[in-house]
Design a protein around this ligand. Structure first.
Ligand code: C2O
Ligand code: CU
Length: 459
């Protein structure tokens, strides 16, 4: 094969190409012969990519050579078997973020896959778990770096009774790219380690400021993933009609009209977008400023266009069912815990804490009971927002404080990430239905790696 052409020398890097058509997520193909089974292989390995389409090569770490990793499309009840190989020079795991997976299959840091080694991940999906999930590495202390170098992929679990199956889908997986002066993926700076990493480029499906086709009157179902390390996205489509129809763990009971969507790192959402192009109103997808209490990075000051919407003719508006799903509220808790998120700037070795402690893989921070409703009050005793994530199950947020006053959550939703704003608290309820060790942590991955994580054994 031909050697790659030499990189052009000298001068500042040109910006990444923008304005291309939104690339679809490549699909991981199912090798299983029988229905109800999904079997495939994944490999994490270095990848050279020509971001500028010229001789420059940027080294990423990728699943199956694609950025982001391939989309895994499943059905409720499927039996999954993923043959995984680690082609990296450091240990890794695959964490099935948000999915009801037994702990020993969930890519816990306790079970690293060593460089060059292989393992099978095997689990079955229960009924009722249709939703929008993702997978990413979770090794002890290296999660952020592996994720920001490119290791993240989407998972969709579908249901045969999906009331929105008639709508065309768009998939938008957000990630953050920080390049150094040589066009390589930059290492984390002090500011990144403190505030969480932020790069020059917010990418969607690996592309910068892509164009999404939408017709006047057309209804589309959008699934969004925030796979960035630390950006709390506040997204808006000012021209169009937007209904929030799903959260991390699948559909809501009913669509909710929204002006903007707050999507914390790790979080997902489903929208129904109806094309309503209007003169004088920007048609694109906008990232609005959101202050998350960063201390070292500048806060975004102005609206930024993160994707263009390309008007694509006119289509009849399809009807939407009023009720999407029934969600029963979790009742009175059988057990309560308080979880305090805090920062200790005085100790650079243990700066991000849960209940006053930094994560220790060998320490168990408490125990719980399978099948029992727990209520956690998660307190952000902190200067920054910390998006809180729990493994193994979905939870319902029941209330949160806004300016110090408790407010009931306006509607029921299944989530596995909730933003805990600085000096605010969130009450959530859940049930773990499988035994074993479950982590919970801040999904600003730099904070997680530095210890803002703990683990409870469910018996
Ligand atoms: Cu998406 Cu413990 O992580
Ligand atoms: Cu954090």
């Amino acid at each position: 094969s031909m050697p790659p052409p030499a990189a052009p020398q000298g001068g500042p890097l040109p910006p990444l190409p923008a304005g291309e058509h939104l690339p679809p997520l490549p699909l991981l193909s199912n090798q299983a012969q029988a229905s109800g089974r999904f079997s495939a292989s994944l490999e994490a390995a270095p990848l050279q990519a020509a971001l500028w389409g010229d001789g420059r090569q940027t080294t990423f770490w990728a699943y199956n050579g694609s950025l982001p990793g391939p989309l895994i499309e499943l059905w409720e009840g499927d039996q999954l078997e993923i043959a995984f190989r680690n082609g990296l020079a450091q240990p890794t795991t695959i964490h099935w973020h948000g999915m009801p997976v037994p702990p020993e299959q969930d890519g816990n840091p306790h079970e690293p896959v060593l460089p060059g080694a292989q393992r099978q991940y095997r689990f079955s999906l229960p009924a009722g778990c249709a939703g929008t999930y993702w997978y990413h590495p979770h090794p002890h202390g290296h999660t952020a770096e592996q994720a920001f170098r490119g290791l993240a992929g989407a998972v969709i679990v579908r249901s045969k009774n999906d009331p929105l199956r008639h709508l065309p889908e768009q998939h938008l997986l957000f990630s953050d790219l920080k390049l150094d002066d040589d066009g390589q993926v930059a290492a984390n700076s002090m500011a990144d380690l403190h505030d969480g990493r932020e790069g020059q480029y917010l990418l969607i499906n690996g592309a910068w400021q892509p164009m999404i086709p939408l017709a006047q009157g057309e209804r589309q179902r959008w699934r969004l993933w925030n796979a960035s390390s630390s950006r709390i996205l506040k997204l808006a489509l000012p021209a169009h009609e937007v209904l929030l129809v799903g959260s991390d763990g699948g559909l809501l009971a009913e669509g909710q009209a929204i002006d903007s969507l707050l999507l914390p790192p790790g979080g997902r959402a489903e929208l129904v977008v109806t094309g309503r192009f209007r003169d004088g109103v920007p048609a694109g997808l906008i990232s609005q400023p959101y202050r998350r209490g960063k201390m070292m990075h500048a806060e975004q000051q102005q609206d930024e266009v993160v994707a263009g919407i390309m008007r694509h003719g006119m289509k009849p508006t399809q009807a939407l069912p009023v009720s999407l799903r029934s969600i029963a509220p979790l009742g009175a808790p059988g057990f309560r815990r308080r979880i305090v998120l805090s920062e200790n700037m005085a100790d650079p070795k243990a700066m991000f804490l849960i209940n006053g402690r930094s994560y220790d893989m060998d320490r168990i921070d408490g125990s719980g009971k399978v099948g029992r409703i727990e209520e956690w009050e998660v307190q952000g005793n902190a200067h920054m927002d910390h998006p809180f994530h729990l493994h193994g199950t979905q939870f319902q947020v029941v209330a949160r404080t806004v300016d110090g006053m408790w407010e009931d959550e306006p509607f029921l939703a299944w989530r596995d990430v909730v933003n805990v704003a600085a000096n605010e608290s969130v009450r959530l309820r859940f049930v773990q239905s499988l035994p074993g060790l479950r982590m919970f942590h801040c999904h600003i991955l730099e904070h997680e790696d530095q210890g803002m994580m703990a683990q409870i054994d469910f018996l």
